[in-house]
Design a protein around this ligand. Structure first.
Ligand code: FAD
Length: 602
């Protein structure tokens, strides 16, 4: 075993996206010594890529004349539960919808500058599945403003930041998590953190799919470290396809086209020019009567939102993704195998003001002028609703000392996340995780670090460099992406999922013998060798859970079980937990919603 640096903290936060930074602020304000670690540079997380906005029922837009039901946490609650196909943890949704407005206003106090209404209030835009305009935004660069603000605030409080450090294992003392082990990306040198409490805020995982809006960081490290440490995972089969990823040019496939485009009036048409979302077969029973039924009404909604219903392009993401998939499968796709999304009718000035990044993205990457031409889009892997199971009040995982918040955690979004709800999720539960980790840290001493665990992880990391011959991690990654894209995609069947499982198991065997050239300095191949093993295990759990849930609900669309099963599966989450060398997967009854909240649906 070689020498490594060791640092001691009260609270260690792994991940510097919005969830991590909000946790850092809370733990520091509670008087703790805090450090944050991130795989890339500070400010480069997925949070910075967020475009459309942060959902919170501020009610700034839709009830000026008092004739309509005003926006409120209750309406946001109903929308989020419906969007999640009722698989959500009701208590998380209640906390979230009640606290989201406060968290957004607090961002303003920290210095965030949102777009404004003519009256000077924060401007809110419509988004899929939200009854009212509720997406507080900064053009289509909301994530950038949020991360800038949180970063300034966190750093001003006096914290330690470890950038370009990859954590690969949580260290335990008995049942309790007491530290974390990792390495510097630049030098490959090892580093150990001892901490009284750890907040996991490592974000989601999309890189095991071929087409994804996620960056290179989304490899499932955090969720798998928690799993290996014994934490329960929840509903891992629920992986969200965003309906609109870029299709063309090929190298750009999967890059996100924000839902803000549809929120600002973007129209979806198939290759025959039909506005297919008006086809009644795509309207779920739950939403019937709540959306515009003619193109004329949708047109009027653009200028009069009080007296007209939303266009069906603003149905939740799972619904729109399935509709696009169907159109393409049935031969009504666009030139390059997607459908068309057109915003040009809103005029160049409006588009450049409200959607500047989209304008630049298509202009620079695809040579398409979206003020004049439609975009081509197709569903892309975007978000993970499943993840580490947490207590709604405290964000504690099932492992003492370990807390989780943001996309790595699960329970809030059920079977399908509504757009905008992630940015408010990371603020609400990031704060709670930091506060409760701090409270816990005050009740314990630093734990004992087990050198054996460090030695094991060192060997595991170094093996691909020390082996003379073996598999290339990039080859395994490419084959995994093809498998997941083909069989664990938007439409799933038992046959396809079993094929995927078999292939993943073959890849896992091959991944036991990886070989990487070079040494530990600046060696992306070496990083890939660790990441592929996280991704293979994550994929195995996704596929096993998708096989187990024999129904269609939200993001889980089983062609062989096309109906929702409200009797059994609608009342059960799927829990995955480590059981020796095996993965135990079992349905667990959802907590029962109290009558006072059930009444909101009447
Ligand atoms: P992230 O922001 O992903 O941060 C994860 C952090 O963990 C990073 O700092 C990373 O370096 C670190 N990390 C990961 N693994 C390790 C490791 N092994 N060791 C050390 N550090 C590690 N949501 C909305 O609500 N509204 C939107 O408009 C919106 N638009 C989006 C647009 C795009 C293109 C994308 C990709 C997502 C969008 N989302 C949106 C989703 C939202 O941005 C994310 O769900 C959210 O930002 C996740 O925040 P997080 O803090 O949980 O994780």
């Amino acid at each position: 075993m070689e020498n490594y640096e060791t640092y001691d903290y009260d609270v260690l936060v792994i991940g510097a996206g919005g969830a991590g930074l909000r946790a850092v602020i809370a733990a520091r304000e509670a008087g703790c010594r805090v450090a944050v670690v991130c795989k890339s540079l500070l400010g480069k997380a997925h949070t910075v890529m967020a475009e459309g906005g942060v959902a919170a029922a501020l009610g700034n837009m839709d009830q000026p004349d008092g004739t309509k039901e005003p926006d409120s946490w209750e309406v946001h609650f109903v929308d989020t539960m419906k969007g999640g196909a009722f698989l959500n943890n009701w208590r998380m949704v209640e906390i979230f919808t009640k606290e989201a407005p406060e968290r957004v206003l607090e961002l303003e106090q920290y210095g965030a500058v949102f777009d404004r209404t003519p009256d000077g209030l924060i401007a809110e835009r419509p988004f899929g599945g939200h009854k009212y305009r509720r997406l507080n935004h900064v053009g289509d660069r909301t994530g950038l403003e949020i991360i800038r603000t949180l970063q300034d605030k966190a750093v001003s409080l006096g914290i330690d930041v470890f950038m370009e450090v990859v954590i690969t294992r949580l260290l335990k003392d008995g049942d309790r998590v007491v530290g974390a082990f990792g390495y510097y990306r630049e030098s490959g040198n090892f580093i150990v953190f001892r901490a009284k409490a750890i907040v996991l805020a490592t974000g989601g995982w999309g890189r095991m799919y071929r087409y994804t809006s996620n960056s290179w960081e989304g490899t499932g490290d955090g969720v798998m470290m928690a799993f290996e440490a014994g934490a329960e995972l929840l509903d891992m089969e629920m992986v969200q396809f965003h309906p609109t990823g870029m299709v063309w040019p090929p190298g750009m496939r999967g890059i996100l086209v924000t839902e803000g485009v549809r929120g600002e009036g973007g129209i979806l048409r198939n290759g025959k020019g039909e506005r297919f979302m008006f086809n009644p077969k795509y309207m779920p029973e739950l939403y019937r009567g709540q959306f515009a039924e003619t193109e004329e009404e949708a047109e009027r909604w653009l200028t009069d939102k009080q007296n007209n219903r939303r266009p069906p392009e603003l149905l939740p993401r799972d619904v729109v993704s399935r509709a696009i998939y169907r159109e393409v499968e049935e031969g009504r796709g666009s030139e390059h195998g997607g459908v068309y999304l057109d915003i040009s009718h809103r005029g160049a000035d409006y588009i450049k003001r409200k959607l500047p990044s989209m304008y630049e993205q298509f202009h620079a990457l695809g040579d398409v002028d979206i003020t004049k031409q439609p975009m081509e889009v197709y569903p892309t892997i975007h978000y993970t609703m499943g993840g580490v199971k947490v207590d709604p009040e405290t964000c504690a995982t099932t492992v003492p000392g370990l807390y989780a918040a943001g996309e790595v955690a699960a329970g809030l979004h059920g079977a399908n996340r509504l757009g905008g709800n992630s940015l408010s999720d990371i603020l609400v539960f990031g704060k709670r995780a930091g506060e409760h980790a701090a409270l816990y840290a005050k009740t314990v001493n630093l734990g004992k670090i087990d050198e054996q665990q460090i030695a094991e992880e060192e060997d595991y990391l170094l093996l691909p460099l020390e082996t003379k011959e073996g598999e290339n991690p990039y080859d395994i990654h490419r084959e995994l992406q093809e498998t997941m894209q083909k069989h664990a995609m938007i439409a799933r069947t038992e046959k396809g999922l079993l094929e995927a499982l078999e292939k993943i198991q073959e890849l896992q065997k091959r991944a036991e013998h990886l070989h990487v050239d070079g040494d530990r300095c600046f060696n992306p191949g070496w990083h890939a060798a660790r990441e592929i093993r996280f991704m293979l295990k994550t994929s195995e759990i996704i596929v096993r859970c998708a096989l187990e849930r024999k129904e269609s609900r939200g993001a889980q669309w089983r062609l062989d079980y096309p109906d929702r099963d409200d009797e059994f599966w609608g009342k059960h989450n799927l829990i995955a937990v480590k059981d020796g060398q095996h993965i135990k997967i079992e349905p667990r009854p959802l907590p029962e919603m109290p009558e006072r909240l059930k009444a909101l649906f009447k």
